[in-house]
Design a binder for this molecule. Sequence first.
Ligand code: SF4
Ligand code: SF4
Length: 261
Amino acid sequence: MKKLKTYRLRFLIMLALLAVVAVGYFTAGGIGNFCGIGFESITLLCPLGALLAMIAERTAIPMAVISVAVVLLVCIVLGKVFCAWACPVHFLSRGRKKGDKGDKEGKGGKVASPCSACASPCGKAKGIKIDSRHGILAAALGSTLVFGFPVFCLVCPIGLTFATVLLVMRLFAFGDATWTVVAFPAIIALEILLLPKWCQRFCPLGALLSLFSGLNRTFRPQVDAEKCLREGRGKACNLCEQACPEGINLHDVAAGETTLN
Ligand code: SF4
Ligand code: SF4
């Protein structure tokens, strides 16, 4: 129940953020979008977009360098807060995952077993894990180098989600009907349907953030060895992994990746 409440709170915060940024986009000043939020020269860029822009331009862009440094510093201090609290794709793909092993909220909002062995509620154990997402990150960087523009941004579900919100707003506010208002949601739907574990296996932005969030010590969960059947009594227990809505395996990080670490 507590996790369900937390999930709802995170969902509401994501919606509020999306609404603020979308409404701000239509105001005279505007506050940017999810790819770059702020006012003119004081803007925080998406770190992946910033890196891709610099590779495409083959030069260091001060705003991009600062954005990468700031976001990665935040990642070290607070972990992947963007993934956990702001990214709409996380919530879209969670909806798709209902009924999966890791999503106990899809079963009447109940968690299968109390996650009491963890001393802190959510996150990841130790270290930096290199996986398929980092391969896609390398492909995103490499393709930008080859083609001279950020190819990945064309299909990035985060950018597409925000663009869809703006297009729908324009459709209702000004009657602007373009083919993209159908195409963008269709691409997002395809990505979520065909790649349901987008966050865990494919997202290059998540991969970039996880390179640094592994250094985070603020919200790192600890296994309480006295309560843990596995660590304390050597039993083959994996209830904590089953209970965790993110499928985190505290005993084998390589086997369970999360959007929250
Ligand atoms: S489209 Fe995606 S990867 Fe590109 S800048 Fe926007 S959020 Fe970042
Ligand atoms: S892993 Fe990527 S898509 Fe998933 S929540 Fe993080 S930034 Fe968003």
